[in-house]
Write a protein that binds this ligand. Structure first.
Ligand SMILES: [Zn+2]
Length: 149
């Protein structure tokens, strides 16, 4: 297990995988951009089957889990604006000196705290989720009705 994690973190070359490595890697780039509707449907169906059969969930719940997992995968493969000088939510400059900002795990930077509160942080999450839902919808992978609010 440790060896597998080491390989995942360092890659086949033994060099630490950083964002530039992943962006410049043809294999990963192909994976990220070449999934068509069939690829996304296969990803979703596999997650639903795993959640149902291995996880013991009923079919509706397994489909909800699969859809949320598919949203997360889409967001992972389609990184947001990662300009550290601009808020990924509102596009305004980041006031670095005031500390009212946070770097996020998806490499975006958003206003956070102070006069900004949690508005940009929450908006970024909602924007990313909506982007994924819209993209998946175009591929005829629609949200299970139980998830629609
Ligand atoms: Zn902002």
């Amino acid at each position: 297990m440790l060896e597998r994690n080491r390989e995942r973190n360092l890659g086949a070359t033994g060099h630490r995988r950083d964002r530039n490595f992943e962006r410049n890697s043809p294999a990963i780039e192909t994976h990220a951009t070449d999934w068509d509707a069939t690829g996304w449907r296969t990803f979703y169906d596999e997650r639903a089957a795993i959640a149902e059969h291995d996880g013991g969930l009923n079919r509706k719940r397994a489909e909800r889990v699969a859809y949320e997992t598919t949203i997360a995968e889409w967001c992972h493969l389609h990184p947001p604006n990662d300009d550290p000088d601009r808020c990924a939510a509102c596009g305004s400059p980041i006031p670095l000196a005031r500390g009212e900002w946070r770097p996020l795990s998806d490499n975006a930077t958003v206003h956070y705290g102070g006069r900004w509160g949690l508005g940009c942080f929450r908006a970024h999450g909602a924007n990313r989720r909506n982007e994924a839902i819209a993209a998946l919808d175009l591929l005829d992978l629609t949200m299970p009705p139980e998830l629609k609010v």
